[in-house]
Design a protein around this ligand. Structure first.
Ligand code: S3P
Length: 426
């Protein structure tokens, strides 16, 4: 159980763990590349450790010591047929991206995960992979795990994705890497583009044209050194902590500021908060900066449309900030929240209500009225890391003590979160 007390001030200098999306991709691409890939700043969270364990089960040698990882890549077809099921744990990124990789492999494999994974939709990825010629099955005609994949020769397709999802886009592009001809994916809004950037860093050629990415089959990856920046999705909790406690300020060093991820910075800016980007630089095709965050009184706003995929994982903590903002915050076009680790519309609304927030669920988001004084309560993370952390941040502004049950889930993306929070709270 995580205990959080009301804070009178947040300040100091912190670093957050490595980016989850980039850490997964560095291991996957390293395993498929020719030669060695050394990773610094890797996120040793449960999700990324699941990715490592899956590749080890396919014969790839991977050394990991905290945030340093060395992957001994054997080339795209250097994977061996796994003799056991591949356990993806809680990780949607692992199962969906691996589905694209396994669809190209000349062997049979089975992927499964935890209770949450068993409820998450997979046909959004399996459908287009089947169109390319992959033989994939799962419960309810491939909608749910376990997924059984018999890979082989694939044909390139032009796929119009109905949702802006980096996991769908990446799975198809990875399958397209070994398909005949060209594979292209078009999405309705731009989702995070770490796959595109990192494939290019590994020597792959792809073409980006607006919302379409195209890749030619038969390409090779070349192992290299990767430095992973801090995860802006983890920094979001620290930013929100500052905005919850008047008089606070914080320097967050080494944060990835890829424009497909910076919706949180734009939202805080529009709400009236102050975040200065210092020492901007580019590391392995990814923009990075230090963020100097200063408290200001926030105002409610509407958040909808193109920005949603740029902040999808930050919506729980944005809802928390909105409880302390003046007026109404409306979050729309975010039905994807329903198929994350939990139904995050339902879990954010139920848990914030326990703390006394004025929040209601809508079909595609939520509406929050503020500012509202919060009162400590017993909260459930429901096994969802982002719900656990968002509610801990709410606890910083709540009277008395807030208790978070099932806080182990936080290890999925932010090991050390309670210590970091403690170190910046007064
Ligand atoms: C991720 C993509 C996002 C995000 C998830 C990580 C990725 O999901 O929610 O936490 O690493 O590709 P979408 O597939 O909905 O974009």
């Amino acid at each position: 159980m995580l205990r959080v007390q009301r804070a009178s001030q947040i300040n100091g200098t912190v670093r957050v763990p490595g980016d989850k999306s980039i850490s997964h991709r560095a291991v996957m691409f390293g395993a498929l590349a020719e030669g060695t890939t050394s990773i610094e700043g890797f996120l040793p969270g449960a999700d990324c450790l699941s990715t490592i364990s899956c590749f080890r089960k396919m014969g790839i040698e991977i050394e990991q010591d905290k945030d340093r990882v060395t992957v001994h890549g054997q080339g795209w077809y250097g994977l061996q047929e796994p003799s056991q099921h591949l356990d993806v744990g809680n990780s949607g990124t692992t199962i969906r991206l691996m589905a694209g990789i396994l669809a190209t492999q000349p062997f049979h494999s089975v992927m499964e995960g935890d209770e949450s994974i068993a409820k998450r939709p997979m046909r959004r990825v399996i459908g287009p992979l089947r169109q390319m010629g992959a033989k994939i099955d799962g419960r309810k005609d491939g909608e749910y795990t376990p997924l059984s994949i018999r890979g082989g020769e694939l044909q390139g397709i032009s796929y119009q994705s109905p949702v802006a999802s980096a996991q769908i886009k990446s799975a198809i592009l990875l399958a397209g890497m070994q398909a005949n001809g060209v594979t292209s994916v078009t999405e309705p809004h731009l989702s995070r583009d770490h796959t595109e950037r990192m494939l290019q860093a590994f020597g792959v050629k792809l073409v980006r044209d607006g919302l379409t990415v195209s890749i030619e089959g038969g390409q090779k990856l070349k192992g290299r050194a990767i430095q992973v920046p801090g995860d802006i999705s983890s920094a979001a909790y620290m930013i929100a902590a500052v905005m919850m406690v008047p008089g606070s300020s914080l320097l967050i060093e080494n944060v990835g500021i890829n424009p497909s991820r910076t919706g949180i910075l734009d939202v805080v800016d529009r709400m009236g908060g102050k975040i200065e980007r210092i020492n901007e630089r580019v590391v392995n095709e990814e923009p990075v900066a230090d963020l100097l965050v200063t408290y200001s009184e926030l105002q409610g706003i509407e958040i909808s449309g193109d920005i949603i995929p740029r902040l999808i994982d930050e919506i729980p903590v944005i809802a928390v900030m909105a409880t302390q903002a003046g007026g109404r915050t409306v979050i729309k076009d975010a039905e994807e929240l329903k198929v994350k680790e939990t139904d995050r519309i339902a879990t954010v609304v139920s848990e914030l209500s326990k703390l006394g927030a004025k929040i209601i669920a809508t079909e595609d988001g939520m509406i929050i009225e503020g500012p509202t004084p919060l009162k400590g309560a017993v909260i459930d993370s429901f096994g969802d890391h982002r719900i656990g952390m968002a509610m801990a941040i709410a606890g910083l502004a709540a009277e008395g003590e807030t208790l978070i049950e099932n806080d182990d889930a936080i290890l999925v993306s932010f090991p050390g979160f309670p210590d970091v929070l403690q170190s910046i709270s007064k």
